[in-house]
Structures are given as C-alpha cells and as structure tokens.
Design a protein. Structure first.
Length: 354
C-alpha cells in the first residue's frame, strides 16, 4: 500500500509524526506487507523555528518531496500547491492521500487528490467554529465534504459530520496530538524561568491583522496578574514591527518554541492564553486552564466542560478572566481517546484500502 502524506505547517508535523510511528510499527510487525510512505512538504512553514526543529527533535525523516511554496496570498499559495501536488501525485500514483487539520496545505492536498480520483483520508475531521470569516473554517468544510475516510478526534466532531451527511466513512479515532503528547512528554525541555508565568501565543489573522484587536490583546496581557511569556509567531512579529507597537514590561517575548520546549513551558506555566487550536488542547493535556483569544472555538467540548474560556480580546472584564485562569482544573476525562489514535487510523486505512 502506498500512502502520500501531505504536510506544510507546524501542527501538521506533530500529527504526522504519530502516523509515521504507526507505519514503522506496522512494517516491523508485518514485514511481508509493508506500507510505503511518501512524505510531501508543501513549504507553507519553512524557517527553522517553525519547521526543521520539529523534524530534528522528533527524529523524523526529511520530506521525500519539498515543494517550497510559501509567503504569498492565500489563493495564490493554494493554487500553486494544487498545481505542484497534482504533478507529484500523478507520478506517484498512491493508494491514498493523508492530510491533517485545516491549513492551505490541507485544502490543496484534498483538491489535488479529488481531481485525480485518489482516496482522501482526513485526520482531524468534523471540527467547526461556525465562523466562515476564518480561512480555516472554509478549509475544514470543503475538505470534509470531499474526503473518503474521515477520522474524528472527539465525539462532537463525529456528531457534526453525521449532521452534515458527508459522503465519506466516518471513524472516531481519538486525537493524534494526545498520542504525541503522551509519547514525548518525558522529553520536554524545562525552562529556566523561576517565577510564575502565563504562556501566550498569538498568530491568527483575525487578531494580528486587526490593529485594534491586536492592541486590545496586548493591553490586557500587560495587566495580567503574573508575567506573560509570548513566543512570537513570524506574522505577529511582523505586525508589531510594522505598527511600531511597544510591548509593556509584563510581556516577555521570545522566538517560537520547539515542540519539546513548548511541552516544558506548558508544564511549568500557571495558565495559557492563546488563539491556537492546537495549544488549547495541549493546555488541557497539561492540566492548565486556557483563555482563548477568540469569540468561538472548534474545540467546544473544552468550553462545555470548563477547561477553556473564550475571552475575545479581553474586552469584557479581563480581571474576571484572569481570576478564573488561576483556579485549578479538576475532573479530567478522556475526551480525546486513549492515546492510540495513530494505530486506529492506520488499521482503518489498511482495512478500507484492501
């Protein structure tokens, strides 16, 4: 069986690592029926801190193909990816294309495969924020509507796909990011920070590209009861420089954190502030309260069960939000499976593609 695995952005490298380990295990145990994995990197994230460091830390092989497509308008980028991916898939003739999440790379991989009538397996299907102003939301809806095999990280996602009557086969697999967290948490790099701190990330265009929202968030972070560590995403760093924003002393910035460094900072932080979908879950895995810098989230179960709080840009009573974030989280369950999503996904793929 030949799988074309398509990635392009930071979170996808972490998710792909789980599938890669499952393939390796399968090939060791079933050497007579090996799975051939071809890794295609679109180039969406390309600098060391957002890209190569993840391959180095997790011991991943270099991509078999790197399209080196990045730094352009969304439509232009996606179109260039589709064109290049179509050529690679025509030459490769895989039995299935595996894609992850909701990025431009995800959308391009799905569209290229669909046009060539190659089965599509979408890992992390069924998530919805119900905000179509988010590019990620459009990507999710389109990809789920044309995927053949849909792997859901939680029951809410599975139920959503059933409501939408998607044509593909739906499986509740659990979350591959939980697999990754459990596998790598012992290798977390503990930060040298001694005082209590909040860990923050900020990268979504709805926040960074709106100067009023961006300044409102920074103003609230400056008034956090404890210092805030903000690893700067390249987009956020660019907007700060372009607009001449001066951050207050309560906000400490750094370069983007590697995956192992992020796990270590999560473990030592008091709480999390983010607009990232992945970090909302990683905060939950780490037992940390999370303030989400959005008006909605695709991870609704974290809100419903009291692990996460939507705060927008802190326009409504930031003191109450920070007070909530300093309370301990209790009653953890297994929302995202048992940590074996990778094996479930690979077994279902093998069964489906026989």
């Amino acid at each position: 069986m030949k799988l074309a695995v398509i990635v392009g952005a930071r979170p996808q490298f972490i998710k792909m690592a789980v599938i890669h380990r499952a393939i390796q295990k399968n090939n060791q145990e079933k050497s007579s029926k090996p799975i051939q994995e071809t890794l295609i990197h679109t180039g969406q994230h390309y600098d060391y801190g957002m890209n190569q460091v993840f391959f180095d830390e997790m011991g991943l092989p270099a991509p078999d193909i790197n399209l080196n497509i990045h730094s352009s308008l969304q439509g232009e980028m996606t179109g260039a990816m589709i064109t290049s991916l179509e050529k690679e898939l025509l030459a490769m003739k895989p039995d299935c294309v595996v894609i992850f999440g909701d990025t431009n790379s995800t959308l391009a991989g799905a569209l290229a495969a669909s046009k060539l009538h190659i089965p599509i397996a979408h890992v992390e299907s069924g998530l919805r924020s119900f905000n179509k102003k988010m590019p990620e939301e459009i990507n999710r809806i389109v990809v789920d509507s044309i995927s053949d095999i849909l792997f859901c990280p939680c029951k809410n996602a599975q139920d959503q796909l059933k409501k939408e009557n998607v044509s593909g086969r739906i499986f509740l697999s659990g979350d591959v990011m939980y697999d990754s967290f459990l596998h790598f948490k012992k290798r977390a790099k503990t930060p040298k920070i001694k005082e209590p701190f909040a860990l923050a990330t900020l990268h979504r265009a709805e926040n960074t590209d709106d100067l009023i929202r961006l300044k409102s968030i920074f103003s609230a972070l400056e008034n956090s009861p404890i210092p805030v560590l903000l690893p700067l995403h390249p987009r956020t760093k660019k907007e700060i420089k372009k607009n001449g924003i001066i951050l207050g002393q309560n906000i400490k910035t750094s370069d983007p954190l590697s995956y192992f460094s992020m796990l270590g900072h999560l473990a030592k932080s008091s709480f999390v502030i983010t607009d990232s979908g992945g970090l909302q879950k990683e905060a939950y895995f780490s037992g940390k309260p999370c303030l989400t810098l959005r008006n909605e989230t695709e991870w609704v179960e974290l809100i419903d069960q009291g692990f996460n709080k939507l705060v927008g840009t802190f326009e409504a009573n930031p003191e109450t939000a920070f007070k909530w974030a300093q309370q301990p989280i209790v009653n953890f369950g297994k929302i995202y499976g048992d940590g074996n999503a990778g094996e479930i996904i690979l077994n279902k793929l093998v069964d489906h593609l026989k």
